[in-house]
Write a protein of this length. Structure first.
Length: 80
């Protein structure tokens, strides 16, 4: 891992046609890289991790990627 690895991973996530993800932050840690952010599904999170692991196989990668609810609300919101 070099000084440019974070930027290279960020660029790969944004430019890959299958992923095209700009909402993930890449942070360097003493153990490797940490990917942070929110995505719409567990499948999306796995696609992001797969891409990073395939393109950067020698780098340890940890996901701190949450899954947000993307479906329609099931109950009405009450406004005051």
């Amino acid at each position: 891992m070099n000084d440019y690895t974070e930027a290279e991973v960020q660029r790969a996530l944004a430019e890959d046609l299958g992923v095209a993800e700009q909402g993930i932050t890449v942070v360097r840690s003493d153990r490797g890289l940490v990917l942070c952010g929110e995505v719409e599904s567990p499948r999306r999170r796995e696609e992001i991790l797969r891409l990073v692991r395939e393109r950067f196989p020698g780098i340890a990668c940890v996901a701190d990627i949450g899954v947000t609810r993307a479906g329609a609300p099931t109950e009405a919101e009450e406004l005051a």
